[in-house]
Design a protein. Structure first.
Length: 267
């Protein structure tokens, strides 16, 4: 299976969805625990939640494989994004609940297997991401990258209590123009019934931090949403249209603000 699905757009905005994939190659699935095969830690249903993206003219890059195969939002070297804090790796061996993914500890990926997954899945996704940002910048003078994520609202391994609903990350101010992140935060904070933060527990992963180069007119932002804002957080992880209808207009407005920033003169 190809590493991604790509939908080209016409506007200076690329939406990346690196954790929506659910595919597990059969040989790998056989090594995983029954729970791991259910890929609980997926960023479920973001394609549906962001269904307005094509209407806005955004390009969309969608991962196909589960993050349990390889995490497309991690440093290819395996370096931690949050030193000193609990994180999952490039090729994870445990899940968000600290449970092992592999039935047999001897089955965890070897260095050679990690390299193969990096070459066949991580690299193609990032090559497409890089090429599309370069194309957008060449055409429009400026490119905006929106890295779309979601997570269970309560994950004690990573944070205490309940996570704010809308978690914007700009690499602690390094990945985009501060005016863009401030405008996005203002929209998020004005959404009644939802909580929002900028550069809180989630400041942006590898994609945001690596590709965001404001000095070169490439501006990247990550949004980590609570899954309780639009779906069922436990199995069977159903999309809840009535719940999603509450957050989706605010999400669209945020994406429109990012797009509008990309449409301003980049020179």
């Amino acid at each position: 299976m190809q590493a991604f699905t790509f939908i080209p757009g016409t506007q200076p905005l690329l939406i990346s969805m690196p954790h929506v994939g659910t595919y597990l190659p059969p040989a790998l699935a056989a090594r995983l625990t029954p729970t791991a095969r259910q890929v609980h830690d997926t960023d479920w249903h973001l394609e549906r939640l962001y269904s307005f993206a094509q209407e806005l003219g955004a390009s969309v890059l969608i991962a196909t494989h589960s993050r349990y195969v390889i995490d497309l939002n991690r440093d290819p070297s395996g370096a931690s994004l949050y030193p000193g804090q609990s994180v999952t790796g490039l090729c994870p061996v445990d899940d968000f609940d600290n449970q092992p993914l592999y039935q047999d500890p001897a089955d965890v990926p070897t260095t050679a297997e990690i390299a193969l997954r990096r070459d066949t899945l991580w690299q193609p996704y990032h090559q497409q991401l890089h090429a599309e940002l370069a194309r957008i910048q060449a055409v429009h003078g400026k490119a905006v990258l929106w890295d779309a994520h979601s997570i269970r609202s309560v994950v004690p391994r990573f944070f205490d209590g309940k996570l704010p609903d809308l978690n914007l990350g700009s690499g602690n101010g390094t990945s985009c123009d501060p005016a863009m992140s401030a405008a996005l935060l203002a929209v998020a904070q004005s959404a009644p019934g939802y909580t929002a933060v900028l550069n809180g527990r989630f400041q942006g992963g590898y994609i945001t931090r690596h590709y965001g180069q404001p000095a070169n007119n490439i501006h990247a932002i990550q949004l980590e949403m609570t899954q309780s804002s639009y779906m069922q957080e436990a199995m069977p992880f159903d999309y809840l249209p009535e719940v999603a209808a509450g957050i989706q207009p605010h999400l669209r407005r945020m994406v429109e603000v990012a797009l509008g920033f990309g449409q301003t003169d980049g020179n």
